[in-house]
Design a protein around this ligand. Sequence first.
Ligand code: ATP
Length: 234
Amino acid sequence: MTALLEITSLTAGYGAAPVLHEVDLSVGEGQIVAVLGANGAGKTTLLRAISNTLPVTAGSTRFDGIDLKSVKVERMVRHGIAHVPEGRGVVTELTVEENLRLGGLWRKEKPKLDEVYELFPALANRRSHLGHQLSGGERQMLAIGRALVAKPRLLLLDEPSLGLAPKITALIMGLLRDLRDRTGLSVLLVEQNVRSALSIADEGVVLNLGRVAARQKAGTLADDADLRHAYLGF
Ligand code: ATP
């Protein structure tokens, strides 16, 4: 499989001391890769380094042959990368429809909101509701939907299950898998909810103290009791 995102020897952090150490990782076209690990392992930092919201100290981050370090954060989406950060970033004073339109602001053509409403029917029923009137699950769907309006090839998704009931988490994970199956979208999925993430991922990468401790096919990783006990806490 051709790697769409290729990360090699990535070292990055917030100050003098790096958080990530020589991380290697790749995401193929149409692949879902889950990034797992304990609190503070560096999962969020990894997504920030890829989307250039955090300076990369050393190593390379390439997307479809482009050096991402040379791409400004606000132009990342034009290159096909959409980042949905933890906490979702929905504008609570705007309606669902207005939030979705924000995702397509940079595109010349009219955004195809119907495609998002088709994917998330719950949003279609709430299109004139304000962000703060939505449930946690609906906000997460809106954040993902807004990212999709930009027609990305790669979605960087940080903890979509955070604060959601198991049923809603399962719904969102299922929708992500359907979306990948239908459109060939690639997803780098950061999750604390290991079982949910592995249920839809092709591969799992385990981070421990900012280093890659393991990379395996999702099914193999889910069955590896030693690895789960050592790094994933179950
Ligand atoms: P969690 O699931 O708890 O968010 P994580 O695996 O995503 O964990 P990160 O948020 O990437 O971990 O944090 C990795 C390390 O970087 C931690 O030691 C954390 O304290 C540190 N860190 C995170 N954000 C900052 C920041 N803005 N400034 C300085 N250090 C930070």
